[in-house]
Ligand binder design. Sequence first.
Ligand SMILES: [Zn+2]
Length: 388
Amino acid sequence: MVSDPNSIDLNDECTPYSYQPVLDVEKNYPPIWDTATLIPGDQAAASLFASINASVNSLLPADLPHGAPTGNWTGVTYSSADPDCWWSWNECTMPKVSFLQPDIISVPEPNSWGYGFDDGPNCSHNAFYDFLQQQQQKATMFYIGSNIMDWPLQAMRAITDGHQVCVHTWSHQYMTAFTNEEVFAELYYTRSIIKDILGVTPLCWRPPYGDVDNRVRYIASQLNLSTIVWEYDTNDWREGTGSPVVTPDQIDANYQEIIDAANNGTYANRPGPLVLTHELTNFTMSEAIKFYPKIKAAFAHLLPIATALNQTNPYVEQNVTYPTFEQYISGQNASSGAAGSTTASGTIIGSPSTTATPGKTSLASRQTSQVFVLLLPAFIAVSCLSMW
Ligand SMILES: [Zn+2]
């Protein structure tokens, strides 16, 4: 067990620990960082996969795996007509088939930034999450299944702090290179571990590197996961890599470009951007902290993605709810209603959630129904209280 889960000492935070709820279930999951496949004997997963596999083969028989999971497309041939709506080919986000929704790349409200971070939980994220907590700022966290197995207490903090959690695959590889079974297992087991450890079942995912096509979108849709990509990439994840090496100044400039665009009125009458940022390293998290005041000043609203999309039910579990966009911007966002500072918070709304469509400049259906202030399920509150 970790000695002090609230530590902001990087060595303390990243000292490996074992956590009984993970030990209890790890036999049901793929080895961490391996390409996920069906676990032998997992009949529930096998039968769900069999059904999805039959339909994907029927609907998209020509959409086959592309290249290698490392993103190596040497020797890959592909039609310039982009029949699979393959994001890595030309950033396609609008499938031309009736049974798939467009990817989400922006949020409906003008002057709004859909705030999200990929690749967590990072073992050393406490200083960053402390900062968000101090700002009463919620965000959307795209978590990797293998990281949750390694750092379950850090993962739980997202729920404790009221952040939204989405799926970011099991092993963080290029999804379009995988077989149908591997695509399914990467999503299915990440969704499952989030349920086992955090108690909620996400309805959203983001493909690593944006690498998605119709086959992968379809399998995700059959797991009730909407595909969220982005409109702008800060490239914070490239810092210190490449040749020539990507420098911190370049990442600063990328952030500043979006901020300048907002200040110049770019988003005054059009959907707000989803921006790719990470909790991957201490650099990426410190950039987020550094630019937070400028983003807040330049944009009217900085919102977790569910709220930006006016989705009041971000999980399958209907008793865990988020404020509407209107409620959030009027200050009913954060810990109001939670019993004590260590419980997560939210609101229970008396009517079904609505999903806004990307591309609209205003929310089609703002909810004005009566709000009931509430507590999260007791199991989350109890487990968080005991841990944090
Ligand atoms: Zn990622």
